[in-house]
Design a protein around this ligand. Structure first.
Ligand SMILES: Cc1cc2nc3c(=O)[nH]c(=O)nc-3n(C[C@H](O)[C@H](O)[C@H](O)COP(=O)(O)OP(=O)(O)OC[C@H]3O[C@@H](n4cnc5c(N)ncnc54)[C@H](O)[C@@H]3O)c2cc1C
Length: 271
């Protein structure tokens, strides 16, 4: 039971929290180390979902054959986080709770339609990723809740996904990232499309116009090009030392095109 309100913080991998505390950007009178809760370290398949415990490390996700075979966009996202040392310690629960808009797993989990399951003394809640992220470093987590696990739906047959990011250095935080998951029917018509952008807004955002354009169509070169041009509709990404607004808008379109092509190839190639 968490009694300490703002004075206590959960410590998972420590890869964000300890850095912030060293910089005096965060402080806590009490750290609650959850690393010994074995139940939070498991990856399992259950009721049509891959269930990933909050303490599962980025490296485990990148190398899990279960995740790679069922939802490769999640393992792709984990594999491009930082360096091996950070991937060995950082956890999926910590990454989602931290809610950095340039982080990889928030965007990938939103694209995969994952649910964040929380726990508190009052019970548990299941929150859609799309509703979990509220703003810069801000989530739907209540003060007395922890993330217990993430449930990633197993995509239907003829689905394919992809995660791509553009960053300044090798595996740095995203300037722009795209996670996509497409599902086709027997006639190769796109029936469901999730295309989610990271690094361009305070939270991961669905490229709604791209998704709407893809649904109901067969994906030839021209369709995929037109769909990706819509990825920057309604976006006002920040301009900072790493990239201008205009650059991010162009990259959003380019990466979306590549992610859609990868997803379609994976979905239809597996028939
Ligand atoms: C050098 C460096 C480079 C990095 N590069 C990238 C990158 O390219 N891409 C990327 O996505 N990330 C990157 N990261 C961040 C990394 O992925 C972190 O692991 C992640 O953001 C936080 O996970 P953690 O387990 O370390 O959490 P912690 O640092 O332990 O905690 C982070 C926050 O989440 C809270 N928290 C942790 N677990 C829970 C839980 N189960 N329930 C509720 N609250 C919880 C903590 O209280 C804290 O507020 C980088 C980090 C470093 C140090």
């Amino acid at each position: 039971m968490l009694h300490s309100g703002d004075e206590a913080k959960i410590l998972a991998g420590g890869q964000s929290l300890i850095t912030l505390m060293k910089l005096r950007l965060a402080s806590a009178k009490m750290l609650i180390d959850i690393n010994n809760i074995a139940d939070l370290t498991q990856i399992r398949k259950e009721d049509g979902a891959i269930v990933v415990g909050a303490l599962v490390r980025h490296d485990q996700i990148a190398n899990s054959s279960l995740i790679r075979e069922t939802c490769p966009l999640i393992s792709e996202a984990a594999s491009v986080i930082a360096d091996q040392q950070v991937r060995n310690r950082g956890t999926i629960g910590g990454s989602l709770a931290h809610a950095d808009p340039t982080a990889d797993l928030p965007t990938a989990c939103t694209a995969a339609g994952a649910k964040v399951v929380t726990a508190s003394v009052n019970g548990s809640r299941s929150i859609d990723s799309a509703d979990f992220f509220r703003g810069y470093y801000n989530t739907a987590l209540e003060r007395d809740e922890i993330i217990q696990e993430i449930r990633i739906p197993v995509p239907p047959p003829r689905s394919g996904g992809s995660y791509l990011k553009m960053s300044k250095g090798h595996n740095d935080f995203a300037i722009v990232a795209v996670g996509s998951l497409l599902t086709f029917d027997n006639n190769q018509v796109c029936r469901a499309a999730n295309v989610v952008l990271g690094g361009v807004a305070p939270t991961p955002v669905h490229a709604k116009n791209t998704e709407d354009f893809l649904i109901g169509r067969k994906l030839g070169d021209e369709t995929m090009e037109r769909a990706s041009q819509k990825a920057s509709d309604n976006l006002s990404p920040p301009s900072d030392l790493r990239a201008s607004t205009e650059y991010r808008l162009e990259m959003a379109k380019l990466l979306t095109k590549r992610a859609i092509v990868n997803s379609a190839t994976r979905a239809l190639g597996s028939n």
